[in-house]
Design a protein around this ligand. Structure first.
Ligand SMILES: [Zn+2]
Ligand SMILES: [Zn+2]
Ligand SMILES: [Zn+2]
Ligand SMILES: [Zn+2]
Length: 388
C-alpha cells in the first residue's frame, strides 16, 4: 500500500506566537497565488503590494491572531504581539447576506509569512494595478519564475482590462529618472495605515535633516563616512533614499516577500495633529512596538496590523525606516516626487534566496535599470544601507 506524498508548509510570525505547519498533498501544490496593488492592500501592509495564496484548510485558531475587517467580505488576521499579517478570509456573513451552508469561507495565507514559497505558490495574477497610477512595483515583478504569463489586471479580475509593464495612468508620464530630476511642489506628504489609526506626515528635508550626528555609527573607526548623509538623495538632496529589502526579518514582520523602506530623520515625521517642534516618538495613534532584538524595534498598527516604522536604536535612533507603502502621493504608489528609489541594489538580497517574488524583483530591477536606473550616488549609498 502506498501513501500519497505530502509536503509540510509553514506559516508563522517572528515572535512565533503564531506558527502553523500543515501537511498538504504534494499533488495540490503549488497553491494559486495573486499579487494585489490596491490602495487598501498597500496601506494594510506598508509595502507596495500584497501577495497571498489559497490556504488549503480552514483558518487556524490561535489566541494571538487578531482580526481586522478589511471589507464587507474580507477579514485579515495578524499577530497581536509582533504585527505580522498571516491570513485573510473571505466570508459571507459580514455582508448581512444569507449564508449558504454549503459554501465554505476561502482562506488565504500571506506569501511573506510562508517559510518557503518556491514550488509552494504559483503567482498567477496582478490585481488592481490601476490604483498605483505609476505602476508601483508591478513593473519590477513582471517575470515570476514558473509562471509563463501572469495576468496584469488594471482592477479586479472581473474588469477584464489588462495593462502592460511600464503602464501609467492617463496623463501620467513620469518615469523614475524624470521624477528624480524634477522640482517638487508640496511641502509635506501624508502617510497612514489602512484603518487610519496611524496617521502622520513627512516634511521636506531641512538643514537639520542633513546633520551627520543622526547616524551614531559615524564615530566607529570602521565606519567609512560618505561625503553626504546617505538618507538624503536627489540633485537637490530634497528626497528621501528608499530601497527594497529582502531580509527574513522584514519579510516575517510584514507578511510580504520584500518590503520597501524610506529613511527619514525623526524630526521630519509629524504625527497628525501634533504641534510642530515636538519630539517624535512611536507612541502616537494606534502604534504598538515590538522589540525583535536589542538593536531593532518594529512599530505596527495595533488595529489593522500595518507595518509602519522600524527603528534601529543604538545605531541611528533618529533616522527612522518608514514603510513606503503608507505614503499618499499624487505621483503614484512609488511617490517619486518624494522618494529616491535605489533600484541598483536590494538590501539583504541573499536572504531572499529562491523565493519566486524575489527572483522576479532581481530580474525586474535589472531590466528597469537599463532604462531608468538611478546610478548617480548609488555606489556610495549602497554601502551604508545595511541594517537588520
Ligand atoms: Zn508574532
Ligand atoms: Zn488589494
Ligand atoms: Zn491601522
Ligand atoms: Zn530588512
Amino acid at each position: 500500500m502506498s501513501f500519497p506524498s505530502t509536503t509540510i508548509i509553514t506559516a508563522r510570525c517572528p515572535c512565533r506566537a503564531n506558527d502553523f505547519s500543515i501537511a498538504v498533498p504534494s499533488s495540490e501544490l503549488p497553491l494559486a497565488g495573486s499579487i494585489c496593488h490596491c490602495d487598501s492592500c498597500r496601506h494594510l501592509t506598508g509595502c507596495l503590494f500584497f501577495a497571498a495564496a489559497k490556504w488549503p484548510y480552514t483558518l487556524p485558531q490561535s489566541p494571538h491572531l487578531k482580526s481586522f475587517s478589511f471589507s464587507d467580505s474580507l477579514n485579515t488576521y495578524f499577530c497581536d504581539i509582533c504585527g505580522t499579517q498571516i491570513f485573510s478570509e473571505r466570508v459571507k456573513a459580514n455582508s448581512g447576506q444569507q449564508t449558504d451552508a454549503t459554501e465554505t469561507n476561502i482562506v488565504y495565507v500571506k506569501s511573506g509569512a510562508l517559510e518557503e514559497t518556491e514550488g509552494v505558490v504559483k503567482y498567477e495574477t496582478h490585481l488592481c494595478i490601476g490604483d498605483t497610477t505609476d505602476g508601483g512595483v508591478s513593473d519590477w515583478i513582471s517575470e515570476v519564475p514558473d509562471t509563463s504569463m501572469m495576468k496584469r489586471w488594471k482592477g479586479m479580475t472581473e474588469q477584464r482590462e489588462q495593462v502592460p509593464v511600464g503602464w501609467r495612468a492617463q496623463g501620467h508620464s513620469t518615469t523614475t529618472t524624470e521624477a528624480n530630476n524634477s522640482g517638487h511642489g508640496a511641502d509635506k506628504i501624508r502617510g497612514s495605515c489602512k484603518c487610519g489609526g496611524v496617521s502622520f506626515h513627512i516634511t521636506r528635508p531641512d538643514a537639520k535633516s542633513a546633520d551627520w550626528s543622526l547616524d551614531l555609527r559615524q564615530h566607529k573607526p570602521e565606519y567609512e563616512k560618505p561625503k553626504e548623509p546617505w538618507w538624503l538623495s536627489g540633485p537637490d538632496k530634497d528626497k528621501y533614499t528608499t530601497n527594497c529589502c529582502c531580509c527574513a526579518s522584514c519579510r516575517f514582520a510584514s507578511g510580504v516577500d520584500f518590503v520597501s523602506w524610506t529613511f527619514v530623520p525623526s524630526h521630519n515625521i509629524r504625527p497628525a495633529g501634533d504641534a510642530e517642534g515636538q519630539d517624535w516618538s512611536t507612541s502616537f495613534g494606534t502604534l504598538k512596538t515590538y522589540a525583535s532584538s536589542e538593536r531593532s524595534e518594529w512599530c505596527f498598527c495595533s488595529k489593522c496590523g500595518a507595518m509602519c516604522f522600524l527603528k534601529l536604536n543604538g545605531e541611528r535612533p533618529n533616522v527612522v525606516d518608514v514603510a513606503s507603502g503608507l505614503l499618499w502621493s499624487e505621483e503614484g504608489a512609488r511617490a517619486e516626487d518624494w522618494l529616491w528609489w535605489l533600484t541598483e541594489k536590494i538590501s539583504f538580497d541573499e536572504e531572499g534566496g529562491k523565493r519566486p517574488l524575489v527572483e522576479a524583483l532581481r530580474s525586474g530591477l535589472k531590466s528597469w535599470n537599463e532604462v531608468h536606473g538611478n546610478k548617480m550616488q548609488f555606489e556610495e549609498k549602497a554601502q551604508h544601507l545595511g541594517y537588520k
